[in-house]
Ligand binder design. Sequence first.
Ligand SMILES: *[C@@H]1O[C@H](CO)[C@@H](O)[C@H](O)[C@H]1NC(C)=O
Ligand SMILES: *[C@@H]1O[C@H](CO)[C@@H](O)[C@H](O)[C@H]1NC(C)=O
Ligand SMILES: *[C@@H]1O[C@H](CO)[C@@H](O)[C@H](O)[C@H]1NC(C)=O
Ligand SMILES: *[C@@H]1O[C@H](CO)[C@@H](O)[C@H](O)[C@H]1NC(C)=O
Ligand SMILES: *[C@@H]1O[C@H](CO)[C@@H](O)[C@H](O)[C@H]1NC(C)=O
Ligand SMILES: *[C@@H]1O[C@H](CO)[C@@H](O)[C@H](O)[C@H]1NC(C)=O
Ligand SMILES: *[C@@H]1O[C@H](CO)[C@@H](O)[C@H](O)[C@H]1NC(C)=O
Length: 382
Amino acid sequence: MTLFLFLVIILFVACCNIGASSKTLLDEQYNSTVSDSIVHQVDNDFECVDMHKQPTLQHPLLKNHKIQLYPTFAKNIVRNRSYSKIVNECPTGKVPIYNRTRRHQIVNNSSSNLQIEDFQYYSQSSPGYHTVTLDTTQNMTFHGAYAFIGVYNLSLQENQYSASSIWVESGPPTQRNSIRVGAEVHPSLYGDSQLRITGYWTVDGQMNNGCYNYDCSGFVQVNQNKNYVLGASIYFQTGIGSSKKEFIAFRIHQDRSTGNWWLTIGLKPVFIIGYWPKQLFTHLSTGASLIRFGGQTYAPPNMDSPPMGSGRLPKEKLKNSGFMGSLQIIDSDYNQNDVKPKDMMPYSDTDTNCYDLWYHGDQGPFWHQAFLYGGPGGKCSI
Ligand SMILES: *[C@@H]1O[C@H](CO)[C@@H](O)[C@H](O)[C@H]1NC(C)=O
Ligand SMILES: *[C@@H]1O[C@H](CO)[C@@H](O)[C@H](O)[C@H]1NC(C)=O
Ligand SMILES: *[C@@H]1O[C@H](CO)[C@@H](O)[C@H](O)[C@H]1NC(C)=O
Ligand SMILES: *[C@@H]1O[C@H](CO)[C@@H](O)[C@H](O)[C@H]1NC(C)=O
Ligand SMILES: *[C@@H]1O[C@H](CO)[C@@H](O)[C@H](O)[C@H]1NC(C)=O
Ligand SMILES: *[C@@H]1O[C@H](CO)[C@@H](O)[C@H](O)[C@H]1NC(C)=O
Ligand SMILES: *[C@@H]1O[C@H](CO)[C@@H](O)[C@H](O)[C@H]1NC(C)=O
């Protein structure tokens, strides 16, 4: 088991005046310390496969794909292995690949229907989906996004999911290219209710094409460690109301020289997981037109919606609510900058006692641009 770094923020709760019309939502003082989080992986979920023979390369668009071993923006991070413990590491040249046979058995055992759940355009047109996000409004090209995503256990029923994610998107609805990364509870995908690092992509607004993690060809794994994979479960120690706030930093970043969309996780050190090749995409290959930060839930139409974020509403403040911080975008010149309040707009497709989002700009030297989001779900109106 390898240690996975993330920050623990110790909050000193000064007050909890919920009704206060304070500019800051995260107005408690805090001290930060670095702590370790562990990403657990059951060994037999993964097998080590020659990096150049990973199943993803069977995708017709990746026939002649030359694997990019490390992103051009972070050569040193990948090459410096001295910090990473050689535990759960595949031999040189091999990468961990999910055992699909086992996965399919779990999924076949559940009564879920991934086909219906996945391949529909979300929120606006499909019952059962709810999305509450902070979206960019500028007419410009983005090459990535970054955020701290707060981590909480959630209790879900089979066939529901609850995702806390960053989206990069481009293209009109029927040709929507989208990559979503973050922390997700998704029983029908994983066979359990643990919070797991999850990636999803589609090139046609989820109509026919798109999938999670390694379920179809697409994501190229370069990290050799079995803990730094899509689907890894996230270990954390605190919960709602705790004076410590735990989160994981996610970054999705288009490589300037190859156009591949890289996923990195963590603060110090940063772990490079792998990438979605440029060749998979039509619109996203040249950059994204929209960045979204926030939550999305799904429940079958006859079932209540599951909790989002921490399961508590933003009016309960950072002490209890789900949160995202250090929101950044990577702009058309490949510079990473804090988002600007004037360029961001909250989006919600339901009522505020189901899920809500509170964004009031900068929240001080640690959180920077941050918001609270989520809620208990239940009978949410469209
Ligand atoms: C935060 O840590 C610093 C240095 O350890 C300490 O001086 C300060 O009192 C702490 N702040 C609070 C609010 O405890
Ligand atoms: C590798 O990482 C370790 C630990 O963070 C650091 O002390 C060392 O200087 C790094 N080496 C290089 C070549 O960057
Ligand atoms: C994959 O999982 C199946 C079902 O659990 C198991 O029988 C098989 O041995 C696994 N394959 C490898 C290479 O571990
Ligand atoms: C799972 O179900 C599908 C469709 O019913 C079937 O094609 C596949 O062989 C099953 N997989 C396993 C591992 O049982
Ligand atoms: C699927 O269900 C069968 C029968 O209930 C059980 O024997 C098997 O262990 C289950 N497989 C998995 C991967 O959960
Ligand atoms: C966005 O910018 C492009 C290039 O500057 C321009 O051609 C286009 O009309 C703009 N679209 C909108 C909706 O403003
Ligand atoms: C979150 O859930 C996992 C799995 O059920 C459990 O092992 C872990 O202790 C829980 N964490 C917290 C902080 O409650």
